[in-house]
Design a protein around this ligand. Structure first.
Ligand SMILES: [Fe+2]
Ligand SMILES: [Fe+2]
Length: 539
């Protein structure tokens, strides 16, 4: 009796959920474009340097900009900054060895029975030209704390105990260990965040969803919308070269951005992948210097050896961060690494595979239309072969969900692609679509733009006979030019609920997109590959 009641409750509950929320099993969905709220076209201004959310409050040697990132399931990266950054015609880099990198931690508040030490560094953004200023960072500390139990709260503080310069106490909860029934409760996904009043609105909304993990799909601080005297420009396309000898950046915006993020990411790990705004090329052709110095990622742990691409597990999800601004061709190191990484995934342990890379492989907005066809054409066979379930992208400052797709054709075993480049940065929302009358770009003037030396005209190799569609393409399921963030809730090894929350909506009403993404491993052989561990296979 009790069992049948329980079964009935489960059926009713599950039935209710499915009554109103579509599943990918019902796809492909008819194209839908939400009418835009014209007020959102205005975007919003960047936070000024005196905003309390971005002002430095820690004394020089005390930690600030504290953040977490996942390492292996039993370890976590803790990062922070000490000392003052400098901006001026002549700057003298700080000596990282003057402040130790120590994290003290334990499972009870103010009981730190474990400690770990790490490394520290400074980075420079030098522009050796008259009237252009130089930047050198504070001391950036990264410590990997290990031996963590799953699903456990850890209390920690960081700093240099020998200088009596420790932070206050912070707390985080570890994720469940990998397993087909073990998932984080909620994972937030954001892109192209920036540092505007829309950005802070997005983070405020995101925090109401209380995520266990944040995935940040590139274009973070937009420090390169500023010149070195701190004056902003309105868009990335501004021709810096005509005014100054190099595309300048204003690195203090990075410090401000990390202060804005600290209340969230000192307690919830955030995983980043680079966008084009992280490029920040210097005169010696060095690039991504701030990105690489500021963020600890599991590059060694995932054998990539670089922050530009890497992977990790979040419970029963294998998450791959792909670099669109580093070589991705079939002969590249990244491609070989990706092949090895995907080949190792044991889907009896991590049934889900999610990939993030900044620019969208499929996009029907005019902004960045067919901009990374070379990357898609190089890698899509590989990601399809290994049954990637879901892609997230940014770069296009709007929301779009693509039907399950493979080579521009609906495929029930292909991934769902979702663009969430609508975090709220200063460059405003993408509004126009390439299928609108008179807006289709000229193919011969649309080279791939994701990296200068990789540029080609792969977008020209279209196979469907047309470069643009004359209406919303049948592969584009949902378009909405609004700011927001997304939430992943994995139900089990076959069902994942995706909800996109718009900033203009109330917290408890879902006006944005919502869908169950359903895996079919019994139907899609690419989603059901069980790998044996090397030792077992050799044995
Ligand atoms: Fe971008
Ligand atoms: Fe962007």
């Amino acid at each position: 009796m009790a069992l049948s009641l329980l079964l009935l409750m489960i059926c009713v509950g599950f039935g209710d959920a499915h009554k109103s929320i579509p599943t990918t099993l019902e796809g492909p969905f008819k194209p839908f474009t939400r009418e835009m709220d014209p007020k959102l076209r205005l975007g919003s201004e960047d936070l000024p340097q005196y905003d309390p959310r971005v002002v430095k409050r820690a004394a020089a040697i005390f930690p600030e900009q504290i953040s977490l990132a996942l390492s292996t399931p039993d370890a976590m990266w803790v990062s922070w900054v000490t000392g003052d950054s400098q901006m001026g015609p002549k700057v003298t880099p700080l000596d990282p060895s003057t402040v130790k990198s120590v994290v003290e931690y334990g499972t009870a508040s103010e009981t730190y029975d474990q400690s770990a030490t790490g490394t520290s560094e400074v980075y420079n953004q030098f522009y050796p030209f008259p009237d252009v200023l130089n930047y050198t960072s504070g001391i950036i500390h990264h410590v990997r704390i290990t031996g963590l139990q799953p699903n456990t709260y850890y209390y920690y503080r960081c700093g240099d105990p020998t200088l009596a310069a420790m932070s206050g106490e912070y707390v985080f909860k570890t994720l469940p260990e990998p397993g087909p029934a073990n998932y984080p409760t909620r994972i937030a996904v954001i892109g192209d965040l920036g540092l505007t009043y829309n950005s802070t609105s997005t983070i405020d909304h995101l925090r109401q969803n209380n995520p266990d993990l944040v995935l940040m799909v590139g274009d973070l601080s937009y420090a390169n919308l500023y010149v070195t005297n701190g004056t902003g420009s309105d868009d990335y396309g501004r021709s810096f070269g005509k005014i100054t000898p190099i595309h300048e950046t204003y690195q203090p915006r990075w410090d401000m951005w990390q202060r804005m993020m600290e209340p969230l990411i000192s307690e919830v790990p955030m995983m980043v992948i680079e966008g084009n705004h992280e490029l920040e090329t210097q005169i010696n052709n060095e690039s991504f210097v701030a990105y690489k110095a500021r963020f600890a990622v599991p590059s060694t742990e995932s054998n990539s050896g670089t922050s530009m691409y890497y992977s990790f597990n979040a419970g029963g999800i294998h998450i791959v961060m792909l670099g669109a601004y580093v070589d991705f061709n079939k002969s590249s190191e990244q491609y070989s690494w990706l092949e090895q990484d995907l080949a190792k995934v044991d889907r009896s342990l991590t049934p889900w595979i999610i990939v993030l890379t900044h620019p969208p492989w499929y996009n029907s907005y005019l902004a960045h239309y067919r901009e990374v066809e070379c990357m898609r054409q190089a890698m899509e066979d590989l990601t399809y072969k290994y049954g990637v379930d879901l892609f997230f992208h940014g770069h296009v400052h709007a929301y779009e969900r693509i039907n399950r797709l493979y080579k521009y054709k609906y495929d029930p075993c292909g991934p769902v692609y979702i663009t969430v480049g609508d975090g709220g940065n200063h460059e405003k929302l993408a509004v126009e679509h390439a299928d609108e009358e008179g807006l289709c770009p000229i193919p011969t003037k649309t080279p791939d733009k994701n990296f200068a030396y990789l540029s080609g005209f792969c977008g020209f190799n279209f196979s469907n006979g047309q470069f643009c569609w004359d209406k919303q393409p049948d592969w584009s399921a949902w378009r909405d030019s609004s700011f927001g963030h997304g939430i992943i809730e994995v139900v089990n090894s076959t069902h994942l609920l995706w909800t996109w929350h718009r900033n203009q909506d109330h917290y408890d009403e879902v006006v944005g997109d919502q869908i169950y993404i359903v895996r079919q491993p019994e139907f899609c052989s690419n989603q059901n590959v069980i790998r044996m561990s090397t030792s077992f296979a050799e044995g």
